[in-house]
Design a protein. Sequence first.
Lengths: 211, 211
Amino acid sequence: MIKVAIFEDNRSLREGLAAMIGGTAEFECVGAFPNCNNLLKNITQAKPDVVLMDIEMPGINGIEAVAIIKEEFPEMKILMETIFDDDEKIFNSICAGAEGYILKHTPPAEIMEAIKEIHEGGSPMTPSIANRVLKMVKTKPEIGHKESFDLTDREKEILTCLVKGMSYKMVADACFISIETVNVHVKNIYRKLQVHSKSEAVIKAIKGRIV
Amino acid sequence: MIKVAIFEDNRSLREGLAAMIGGTAEFECVGAFPNCNNLLKNITQAKPDVVLMDIEMPGINGIEAVAIIKEEFPEMKILMETIFDDDEKIFNSICAGAEGYILKHTPPAEIMEAIKEIHEGGSPMTPSIANRVLKMVKTKPEIGHKESFDLTDREKEILTCLVKGMSYKMVADACFISIETVNVHVKNIYRKLQVHSKSEAVIKAIKGRIV
DNA sequence: GGGGGGATACCATGTTTTGGGTATTGAGAA
DNA sequence: TTCTCAATACCCAAAACATGGTATCCCCCC
């Protein structure tokens, strides 16, 4: 029995979804809300396994809502629902922590299927969405490589600090070592990465996905 | 009738898949090959709609094969199949152009389902793969935000140079201006970005997708 | 029990960067 | 026209960084 909560401002759509979910043996609709004004209260009371979240909503929008829910209940699965499939929304939803993303014109049977999949740990996506997600990954050719450069754990730690924009002094404080030691580590990092400045190292770390 | 070609070095698996696909009304197996030695020839003759491609193969591996196929037949759908779900392989497969990615332990019925989905323009992925893909997207904040910071064109140009790891001197040479002018621009960039070092600026530029 | 490597620390020196000035020129707005 | 602003250029001092050393400690492995 998968417990589902719905956030959807369109009344007929909301009631339709609730009826559909409530009318199935596998699912239980534990709440259907027109907005996110009482988001955490609603969620806390309903205790759903899966949240069906409309993106376009007055007041707190769906993407903000995802962030709020995930902050409090990270294990809760969230399936975004929208009429538009624009990259910005998809991207921001994913970043906020949503597991799935479907378009509203998706037939009911597939919505049910998606809820089941997301509950099982999958990431259901409308084909057009999936394609856009793949494109997003493609535009970042650097994740691949993952050249190791044989950095030691400590060196990776230092490098991570540098990627946060810290100065030697800040790194020293953060790692509880002297500035001189930071200096030594940085020297070794430069040698292994074959660079000669902090920014080069930072760039290589980000692009080469070392950190 | 979806025409499917199989590339899989394990004989029993290959024959099993071929039998399964051939035994269904919706699918037709137009070829089953143990390696990619005659890749283009095989593909040209078989003319499949969907290619089922094993990643781990002697000789030309599955990822290289995808790139080759996509080069010649960009509209052909390719479903990757593997025993491992490591990020590197997933990422490289996606970059090479594969539309789907499933693990070998996926039950036959779901493999058939995935073939149908990929043929319809979807991107079927094993849940664990989908999760990794979403994580890859998350590490890539560039599509979102896009804060402008009101940089002038020249300043963006300078910043772009910095993001390439260049020193002031190199920027000066590249932009045909004096080092002093670079200095002035950098100062202005720092003020607008509210940072106080080159690496901070570089980081903000990359993450904020300014460049 | 010695050798290698990683982490620590310090010294010295030169270069680069940072942040504070001032000043000229040309384009476009008031 | 005058004024603002981007772009150019220069000066200077302090801070941060880059690069070359040496040296100690500890752990693991041979």
